[in-house]
Design a protein around this ligand. Sequence first.
Ligand code: ARG
Length: 416
Amino acid sequence: MNDLGPKKKTYKNILLMYSGGLDTSTILKWLQENYNADVYTFTADLGQEFADPTRFKEIEEKAKKLGAKKHFTVDLKDIFFKEYIVPTIKANGLYQGIYPLSTAVGRPLIAIEAVKIAKNENIEALAHGCTGKGNDQIRINTTANAYAPEIEVLQPLIEWNMGRDEEIKYAEQHGIQIQNQNKKYSTDENLFGRSAECDILEHPEIEPPEDSKAWTVAPEKAPNTAEYITINFEEGIPVGLNGEMMNGVELIRQLHEIGCKHGIGRIEHMEDRAIGLKSRETYEVPAALILIKAHKDLEKYVCTKHENSFKQLVDQRWTELAYEGLWVDPLREALEAFINEINMKVTGSVKVKLFKGSANVVARESPYGIYDLNLATYDTDSSFNQKLSYGFIPLWGLQSRMGFITKRKLKQEKKK
Ligand code: ARG
C-alpha cells in the first residue's frame, strides 16, 4: 500500500459505521480477516427507520452474528433535528437550488458520534462503507479527522480492490445473507429525506422508474382534492403544524406523512459532486421541501430587500460547505451567526397548499412582516404619496441614464 493508504497493517480494534446492508456487512467480515481486529459496530438512528423502529434490533443481531464484538445503536433524532436540520432550514439549504442536503447534513453527526464511541472504548480506527467516488467519504473523514486526528478512518471499499461480483462472492462465502440483492439501488434515508442512486438511475436520459421510489405516491395517483396545512415558525424554527405545537421530530414525521400522500418532494437532479463528478441523483424529500419553501417565504416577508439579497449569497455559501463535507470549517459557524441574526424575526405562520406533487405557499402571517396594507393598497385612501415619484425617479435613474447616453455615443463613433 502506498503512502496514501492506511497507515497500519493490523489494528487491535476498529469501529465500523454499520447500516446492516450488503457493503457494511461484507466490510464487517473483511476487517476481522484483513486487519485481524476486533470489530465494533455502530448504527446511528437518524430517523431512517421511522416506519419500523424494530429494524434496529435486527441490525444489531445481524452485526453480532457476523462477529461484531459489541454493537451500539444511538438515537440521534433530536440532535439531528436541532443541530443539523434546523440550520439547514434557516439557511434555506438547497444545493444547486434543488437538493435539501438530507444525506449531507447527517454525515458529520454520524462521524462525531463514531469518534465519541471510539474514544470511550479505546478504539484505534474507524471504518465506513463509502466509495471513493462520492461526497459521503469527504463528509465523514473530514469531520472525524478534525475531531480526532489520532484515529485513522479506513475505507475498505477503496482498499479491498473487489468488484461488485467478487464482493458478493466474498459475502456468500462468509455467510452473509444477500436476500436484498434485488434491491438494485444504493439508498440513504433519514428524517429529512431519502436518496437513491445506481442501476438504471445512472442513465440521465431515462426517467427514474417507479420502483426507485419508496416513500411518496406518484403525483398522478395523489388525491384529487388539495390539502392545506399551516406551519408555525419561531425564530426560523418550525414549531407547530396546523396550530398544534410539537417537537421537531414529531413535526417532521407528521409532515412527512402528509407530504408522501400528496406526492410531494420527488426530485431528480444532475448533481455536481464535490469530487468533480457529475451524477444523476434522485430524492424523496417531502418534509424538507415543504419546510424550506415555507421558511423561505416567511423570511422574505420579514426581511428588507437588502437583507433578502445578501441572505441568498450567505445561504448558498453555507449550503456548499455543508454539501462539500466542510461542516467543521469555521466559516460555517461564522455564516450561521449572520443566518441566526436574520432568523430572529422569522416568526409567524405559513399556509401551504398541497396538490398532486406540488407544494405552494399561498398565505403567510407574521408580527414582523415588513408590509403595510395602507401603503401598498391600490385604493385611493392610501397614505403613500405618489407625487414623491416626481423627485425619486430622476435621481434613482440618474447615473444609469448618463451611462446609457455615453455608451450610445461610443457605439455610434465606432460605426463611423
Ligand atoms: N448525492 C447525495 C449527497 O451527496 C446523496 C448521497 C447518497 N448516499 C448514498 N449512500 N446513497 O448528499
